[in-house]
Design a protein around this ligand. Structure first.
Ligand code: C2E
Ligand code: CA
Ligand code: CA
Length: 458
């Protein structure tokens, strides 16, 4: 009996250990790490000591995985785990938080020197399948109790420091400091304001016309969110979309903007002022398996026909989960909703995805259009993208057209539609409606900028 109990006990312990261990590196996993961090801070508090949290992220790991294969990637992760273990002093904890992210919970002394040692060790070349690989890493640090009083702040602050190094190119370390503290406070204020602003209806849709290159006629509008901030005035998405995504609030914003925009634009479509509207959705929204069903449901509550709606998605999402992307896209396409691939030319520009998914439109990113006419290679690239799109039966919208020379080039290269300050800036609904009516009564393109284009064609 006693033997059986001991056996069960041993089994239970093993199960528990396995549940807390990352099988690839043998290190504690994220769950175990969180428990350990809390315990460590409790101990430090009781002893009146400090503790440092180092978060470590490998640089360009995805590239390594893609070029050398997943097995090689696994070997690199295991080796990095070993190196970190070797850098840890007695009683310190190394964990794998997931993917290519690790953590070290250490004493709070000589943090800078420790960070330097960690980096030096992680950046040593290693040989895999006879090939020399030079891994790189970035390190973010926050210290208890000077930076943060609890585990969750400590983690967030170390992550902020890490993120800052990453955006500056990696292969460096950074400690949470006054600059990041100020940023943290700004973000917390913004968070509180955003939570208030969404239900208060302060975030509203603006519209920017999309024109047909040959005629200058407005064929549709893109919906762009604006925040009517009570003190700061009008804010563009750059000021609130990234943080809303991080806080998981972007879904609520997109829903509110979407429904209002559909309601406002439905009469424009019904009157024949435009053919369709385009709405942006965040890659975050698309990770929700219920996204397409909810969107179709919300659309049905407005008067906008499904065939007059284009949903703009980015490649980031396609790459994150192609299976889920396909389900959403096919569900929307079955209802007649069109799909546009946004910001094309900034990422992998996966032309294969275009062939395999019902995507009708590609939006050429402003960064490409900017260089058109200035950089001969970019002009060539754009011309060949247009050529490939035609072959695939995909239509192209050029974004961010600001200069007439760009418009002329794009039109002669066969780009069907354009959008940009040259034609019109984004504007509120009332202005958009007036603009559409003026265009319609003028009979032809009333846009100042579009006219010279038309004249030049004779
Ligand atoms: P995007 O989808 O690429 O939208 C085009 C952006 O380019 C818009 O910026 C627009 O105002 C700007 N733009 C248009 N023509 C020109 C031009 O000729 N020159 C220049 N320099 N810029 C031009 P905006 O409105 O600031 O939006 C930025 C991004 O925020 C959008 O990029 C889109 O990704 C995102 N976004 C906008 N509204 C929403 C929304 O309701 N939901 C979500 N999830 N994202 C949104
Ligand atoms: Ca867009
Ligand atoms: Ca875009």
């Amino acid at each position: 009996m006693a033997a059986r109990v001991a056996e069960l006990e041993a089994e239970r312990e093993l199960t528990l250990r396995l549940a807390q261990t990352d099988s690839l590196t043998g290190l504690p996993n994220r769950g175990a790490f969180t428990t350990a961090l809390c315990a460590r801070l409790d101990a430090a508090r009781a002893a009146g000591r400090s503790a440092a949290l180092f978060v470590i992220d490998l640089d360009r790991f995805k590239h390594l995985n893609d070029t050398l294969g997943h097995h090689a990637g696994d070997l690199v992760l295991a080796e990095m785990g070993e190196r970190l273990r070797a850098e840890a002093h007695d009683g310190e904890i190394v964990a794998r938080l997931g993917g290519d992210e690790f953590a070290l919970i250490a004493d709070g002394e000589e943090v800078a020197a420790r960070a330097r040692l960690l980096l030096a060790s992680l950046c040593q070349p290693l040989t895999i399948y006879g090939r020399v690989v030079s891994p790189g890493a970035s390190v973010g640090v926050a210290v208890y109790p000077v930076d943060a009083a609890d585990a969750s702040d400590l983690q967030r602050f170390a992550d902020m420091a890490l993120y800052r190094v990453k955006t500056r190119g990696g292969r460096r370390w950074s400690v949470f400091d006054a600059e990041l503290r100020a940023e943290n406070e700004r973000r917390q204020t913004l968070e509180a304001e955003l939570r208030r602003a969404i239900p208060a209806g302060e975030i509203e849709p603006w519209f920017q016309p999309v024109i047909e290159s040959m005629t200058g006629r407005i064929t549709g509008v893109e919906v762009l969110a604006r925040w009517n901030h009570p003190e700061q005035g009008l804010l563009t998405p750059a000021a609130f979309v990234p943080i809303a995504e991080e806080l998981g609030l972007i879904g609520q914003i997109d829903e509110a903007v979407f429904e209002t925009a559909c309601g406002l634009a439905a009469p424009w479509v019904a009157e024949g002022l435009i053919e369709a509207i385009s709405c942006n959705v965040s890659p975050r929204d698309l990770l929700d398996p219920g996204f397409s069903r909810k969107l179709i449901h919300r659309l049905a509550r407005t008067d906008l026909p499904a065939t007059a709606l284009t949903v703009e998605i980015t490649e980031t999402f396609l790459l994150q989960d192609l299976g889920l992307a396909r389900r959403h896209i096919e569900r929307l396409a079955a209802k007649g909703v069109r799909i546009a691939l946004d910001d094309f030319g900034t990422g992998y520009s996966n032309v294969r995805a275009l062939m395999n998914l019902p995507i009708q439109t590609v939006k050429l990113d402003r960064s490409l259009i900017e260089a058109v006419g200035r950089d001969a290679r970019v002009s060539k690239l754009v011309a060949s993208l247009l050529h490939a799109a035609r072959a695939l039966g995909v239509s192209i919208v050029a974004e961010g057209v600001e200069e007439e020379a760009q418009a002329l080039f794009l039109r002669s290269a066969g780009c069907e539609r354009m959008q940009g300050y040259l034609f019109a800036r984004p504007m509120p609904a009332a202005a958009m409606e007036a603009h559409l009516r003026a265009s319609a009564t003028a009979g032809e393109a009333p846009l100042v900028a579009a006219k010279p284009l038309l004249r030049r064609r004779g």
